[in-house]
Design a binder for this molecule. Structure first.
Ligand code: SF4
Length: 344
């Protein structure tokens, strides 16, 4: 078996930052109950590990005791959630990815300027719920071109679109083209809202899936960007499976001499990818080849609300920046190092 291992894969800077926030709050406030509004990132292993460390995940800030600490997830929240937290006198720490915040800011700005906003995305996704909440009277969600005839448009010359950060670049382009045909003067956002991590992981699948017999995406079923990766492979005629971990591998997917592309959604921890590679090599023999499409060097600052807590507890936050670096691939963890020929 040839395993083509995607680089970049897995954690993006936004997920790295959100996880660092929860880690830091657990370390800084060891005697306080910690609540997180919504799954901190859409990965069941990440959530379970934090639950094992005492974190409570809630879907309603009304479940958080008055005055307690609540962390907002990487997907962002609407002003209504922030107001509800304030009304309960909660200490809020905002782990929203800065690239999601950018979309929120665009929504607020366009709404103030009198634009109607078409938000391309999945209506029930946490990020879309949060962004829509910034300007509910100005925003309509568009999930597919089929939604266009039922839109209520007051002035087609005062219309703009935004997108969820984790959409399929190809699917979004289809919807944007349909919107431009229906409303030729629709305004585009200054830069694409689909984030760098989503774009890069999709580009890797698009480039390498055609040379493979199978694509494995490590990620949870509720992870939007992970799901899109499997869809992109399938659109190219390559079977693809989204798996939370190696226990979901089905022996029926595999046959001798296959080439398997392995990647991971932006919220999937690397140890799960390593486990999958190791299992494949132990079971089927073969090699790992690293396929690098781009080197990511995005860096985020930790949120101001966390810096405030750090200062209050005597910790200097000035050096804390979040950058996700490519993991070292060791034979011990992955079953082989890249380009090693033969089974371990
Ligand atoms: S996938 Fe993109 S928008 Fe989402 S947390 Fe990562 S960098 Fe931010």
């Amino acid at each position: 078996m040839r395993i083509l291992l995607a680089n970049p894969r897995g954690f993006c800077a936004g997920v790295g930052m959100a996880i660092e926030v929860v880690d830091q709050v657990l370390a800084l406030c060891p005697d306080e109950p910690i609540y997180v509004y919504h799954e901190i990132v859409h990965n069941k292993h990440v959530v379970r590990r934090f639950e094992e460390r005492g974190v409570t995940f809630v879907e309603d800030v009304g479940e958080v005791p008055e005055g307690a600490i609540v962390i907002f997830s990487a997907h962002g929240v609407s002003p209504a959630v922030r107001d509800a937290a304030r009304a309960r006198n909660l200490t809020t720490i905002d782990a929203t990815c800065p690239l999601v915040t950018k979309v929120h800011m665009e929504a607020i700005r366009y709404a103030r300027q009198g634009y109607q906003i078409l938000l391309i995305g999945h209506a029930d996704h946490q990020e879309v719920v949060g962004t829509r909440g910034e300007a509910p009277d100005a925003i309509q969600v568009v999930e597919s071109p089929d939604d266009i005839p039922s839109l209520t448009i007051h002035d087609p010359d005062k219309l703009t679109y935004l997108t969820q950060t984790t959409l399929s670049v190809d699917d979004a382009e289809v919807i944007i083209s349909a919107l431009k045909r229906a409303f030729p003067n629709i305004k585009a956002p200054p830069t694409s809202d689909i984030c760098y991590a989503t774009t890069n992981r999709q580009a890797a699948v698009r480039q390498h899936a055609p040379e493979c017999d199978l694509v494995l995406v490590v990620g949870s079923q509720n992870s939007s960007n992970s799901k899109r990766l499997t869809e992109i492979a399938e659109h190219q005629g390559v079977p693809a499976h989204l798996i939370d971990d190696l226990t979901e591998l089905d022996p029926a997917w595999f046959s001798p001499d296959q080439t398997v592309f392995v990647t991971a959604g932006a919220s999937a921890p690397e140890y799960l990818v390593a486990d999958v590679c190791k299992h494949l090599i132990e079971t089927h023999g073969g090699t790992i080849e690293l396929r690098t499409t781009v080197n990511e060097d995005v860096e985020f600052q930790i949120p101001k609300s966390l810096k405030d807590i750090m200062r209050q507890t005597g910790v200097d936050p000035s050096q804390r920046r979040i950058r996700v670096t490519p993991p070292e691939i060791t034979a011990d963890a992955y079953g082989a190092t890249p380009l090693t020929v033969g089974a371990t």
